[in-house]
Design a protein around this ligand. Structure first.
Ligand code: FAD
Length: 327
């Protein structure tokens, strides 16, 4: 048993950003786990060649490429078959998986099958005194638990956007095509149709995010936030109540059970600052809170606070931004 293996998904046709983030995680573990970083590349079609080249560009030497028509978005059962096949054959010490929609389900199922140690949704990976040490959020993001992982093999899932994409470090790597028999009839579930939102919000990649909460009072408030986001070149997200109420799509939700964001600027409007929400925004460089309640908990997480009714504050901000832009 040796080395680190990352599970690199190209299930949408191109290598996911979170797969590249795993390479950064693997580099942090190199040393006690050996030097070799390999990848199982999953997907279907011509995009896999570019994905393999991208892995080599970022320092992954050995790529095991699984190209199969069932290895597409959401097909976790098929992904599990392919990953288990390669991991049993190559026997890495540590398997790194992005805790995205597929990875959240894949990691525990793979760990069970391999009788491996499991740590999920890690936000930090490292080595202390020669041992693997990971940190993960607990109590709704209010605290970080530190786990020392001694058992091998170990399966670690990493929260998307918790780690940066590492700088390229090109190597002359190899690609081995692995043929995996996936019996569609034997899979317990099968994705038959994927419905996508018309507009791609890009919440997780936006450098400026405006989050709206229950305090907006209804979907109209989000139109105001959209105008501010447009002026600032940002994206709009939400706390859970507006998505539960159907004011905005569910994939706008930020927080423990929604998206994790790390923008340069996060503006929370009409959001109280519950720990489950804060868990998704702690990586923001600057947090600004707009809330009419001076005692709202959000102010203890924010770098800057504006106490006031958003219906007055946000239009004033829009006007100021327009003025500064000379519009
Ligand atoms: C297991 C679990 C998981 C959860 N996951 C998430 C998650 O991922 N993301 C998430 O967000 N929540 C999550 N929640 C819910 C979370 O606990 C809170 O209930 C939620 O975040 C509160 O949303 P809010 O701040 O928008 O609403 P509220 O707590 O109701 O706060 C509304 C705020 O708006 C302010 N306000 C009202 N009117 C105005 C106005 N006119 N101008 C300015 N301010 C105004 C009020 O002062 C108040 O502070 C989860 C809960 C559980 C139990």
């Amino acid at each position: 048993m040796t080395g680190i293996c990352i599970i690199a998904g190209a299930l949408d046709g191109k290598l996911s950003r979170s797969s590249l983030e795993l390479i950064g995680g693997a580099r942090m573990l190199q040393g006690p786990v050996g030097q070799e970083v390999a990848a199982v590349l999953l997907g279907h079609g011509p995009g896999l060649a570019e994905a393999a080249a991208d892995l080599h560009r970022h320092g992954v030497g050995r790529v095991y490429r699984c190209d199969h028509p069932l290895l597409t978005a959401g097909q976790t059962d098929a992904v599990l078959v392919a990953v288990e096949h390669v991991v049993r054959r190559t026997r890495p010490e540590v398997v790194l998986i992005a805790a995205d929609t597929v990875g959240r389900e894949l990691a525990p199922r793979l760990a069970y099958r391999l009788r491996a140690a499991l740590a999920t949704e890690c936000v930090e990976l490292g080595v202390e005194d020669g041992a693997i040490v990971v940190r993960r959020q607990v109590y709704g993001g209010r605290a970080l638990a530190t786990l020392v992982v001694r058992t091998r093999p170990a399966v670690l899932s990493v929260k998307p956007h918790a780690l940066d994409v590492p700088q390229p470090a090109p190597v002359a790597g190899t690609v081995e095509d692995v043929s995996v028999a996936i019996d569609a009839g034997a899979l317990p579930t099968r994705v038959r149709e994927v419905l996508r939102e018309q507009a791609e919000l890009g919440l997780e990649d936006a450098q400026i995010v405006i989050g709206g909460g229950r305090g907006l009072g209804g979907p109209e408030g989000f139109a105001l936030l959209a105008e501010l986001a447009k002026q600032l070149g940002g994206a709009v997200g939400a706390s859970r109540p507006p998505t539960d109420a159907g004011w905005v799509p569910v994939n706008w939700q930020i927080g423990q059970t929604g998206k994790t964001i790390r923008p340069a600027l996060y503006i929370a409007v009409g959001i109280s600052g519950a720990t489950q929400h804060i868990a998704g925004v702690t990586g923001s460089r600057t947090i600004v809170a707009i809330n009419r309640d001076p005692e709202a908990p959000i102010f203890s997480s924010a770098h800057l606070g504006i106490v006031g009714d958003y219906r007055e504050v946000v239009p004033a901000l829009i006007a100021k931004v327009k003025e500064l832009k000379g519009a």
